[in-house]
Design a protein around this ligand. Structure first.
Ligand SMILES: Nc1ncnc2c1ncn2[C@@H]1O[C@H](COP(=O)(O)OP(=O)(O)OP(=O)(O)O)[C@@H](O)[C@H]1O
Ligand SMILES: [Mg+2]
Length: 410
């Protein structure tokens, strides 16, 4: 805060009345110009003070307004849909989806972007912009209009791709097929299989291939510390999907919330149970022919509570197995597409050498091979680079880490 500037001294001059006229005149001249100087200084100080007063007044206004709104009732959550040029924004209130055009202060406007979550009051004035932490719910739900994965990037599981397309894509694209025959398409599809085999990829590819909104939520995100939070998230998830039909809800690592009831009865377990019950009730209350499909994935099928597999819930199970020889060859080819690979590289041989590797492990193998090429000052990746990479990965593995694929899957 700036202090008031010091005021210049008042000019003072004693003039002897007995001085000769010309000297007195000179002295008066000098005094006059001192007065003019001081006057100028004071004028500019006054101007500054007025500016400052204006600023302070604005601030008081703002603080008063903020105070007023803070004293007011609770705020609603909305999403900024669009920021217009004339200091206005379009916000969409969560829950009832009401869209409104509202004024915002220039100060707020600077910080607002389309897509921000904000708190609005009864008259839809934007009060605060919610930061990432306040906005944990939106954060844990990842919405993308179109994930970037295509079926062409998934190797070795063509049969599973076909099944998923039938169960998810077709009911969305051609619901009348199911109506004509008079059957309900599967409610939910559960992808299960060892880690790193392409389950998450597959779910994303389906969403890419349809025009559906893809809402992804990790099961671990649904496991919340606070009572009621997990089940509210599940409710939000389905509500969001209904708002954005056609939509695909993808719950990855569903085992986090749907494991069999354990003996321990801690409150944490009870909360996980509640979350799962909410999921089941959302699924039960679902019109399966609607425009929302549900996909879940897990690599801990053995742990799942069978309740989620009942008809009307996850009633289509698709096992995504570890890749076989042909599959591995395809995956190798997919992940080396963008690489500068020597013609001599024998993928068939590499597929044999990588028996037991998951898709994810093959992907890191190709990167590792590229590293060997760089280390050898080459721009082209040779067969031996792949072999070196395999050797390195196996050395690393044999230390203390149990190779992930197949660990849970005997
Ligand atoms: N069948 C496959 N074809 C091509 N790439 C694959 C395949 N499977 C896995 N990958 C590679 O491994 C990465 C991880 O795959 P993904 O996340 O789909 O595995 P996941 O089955 O969901 O594993 P987890 O059970 O651990 O979640 C992918 O990004 C991809 O690069
Ligand atoms: Mg996954």
């Amino acid at each position: 805060m700036s202090r008031s500037p010091s005021i210049p001294d008042r000019p003072h001059r004693d003039i002897d009345p007995d001085l000769p006229d010309n000297e007195r005149l000179e002295a008066l001249h000098g005094h006059f110009s001192d007065l003019v100087d001081v006057n100028e200084q004071l004028a500019s100080q006054l101007e500054q003070a007025e500016d400052r007063r204006e600023q302070l007044r604005e601030r008081v206004d703002r603080v008063e307004r903020e105070n007023e709104t803070l004293k007011g009732s609770s705020l609603y959550i909305a999403t900024v849909e669009d920021v217009l040029d004339n200091d206005e924004v379009v916000v969409k209130q969560h829950g009832n989806n009401q869209e409104v055009l509202t004024d915002v202060s220039p100060r707020m406007l600077e910080r607002l972007e389309a897509g921000d979550r904000v708190a609005v009051n009864d008259s839809f004035a934007v009060q605060t912009i919610l930061d990432a932490e306040t906005d944990a719910r939106a954060q844990s739900m990842e919405i993308s209009e179109r994930p970037q994965v295509t079926y062409g990037e998934i190797g070795g599981i063509d049969e599973q791709i076909r099944e998923v397309r039938e169960a998810v894509e077709q009911p969305l694209a051609e619901p009348e097929l199911f109506e004509d025959v008079g059957i309900e398409p599967p409610s939910g599809v559960l992808l299960h299989g060892p880690p790193g085999t392409g389950k998450t990829m597959l779910a994303k590819a389906v969403a890419n291939e349809t025009n559906a909104t893809f809402i992804k939520m990790a099961g671990s995100e649904l496991v919340r510390k606070f009572i009621g939070e997990g089940s509210r998230l599940v409710r939000d998830l389905f509500e969001m999907a209904r708002e954005r039909e056609p939509a695909i809800i993808f719950i990855d690592e569903i085992d986090a919330i749907a494991t069999t009831r354990t003996e321990s009865k801690t409150s944490g377990d009870a909360e996980v149970q509640r979350t799962m019950m909410q999921l089941l009730s959302e699924m039960d209350g679902f019109d399966a022919r609607g425009e929302i499909r549900i996909i879940a994935a897990t690599n801990r099928f053995d742990m799942l509570d069978r309740a989620i597999l009942r008809p009307g819930r996850f009633d289509r199970l698709i096992e995504v197995p570890e890749a076989d020889q042909d599959g591995r060859e395809q995956i190798l080819q997919i992940h080396t597409r963008g690489m500068n690979v020597d013609d001599e590289v024998d993928f068939d041989d590499l597929a044999e050498e990588t028996d037991g590797y998951s898709g994810a492990e093959i992907e890191s193998l190709t990167t590792e091979a590229g590293m060997f090429a760089i280390r050898n000052d080459r721009e082209e990746v040779h067969h031996e680079d792949f072999l070196n990479a395999i050797e390195k990965i196996e050395d690393d593995d044999s230390s203390d880490v149990i190779s992930s694929a197949g660990y849970f899957y005997q």
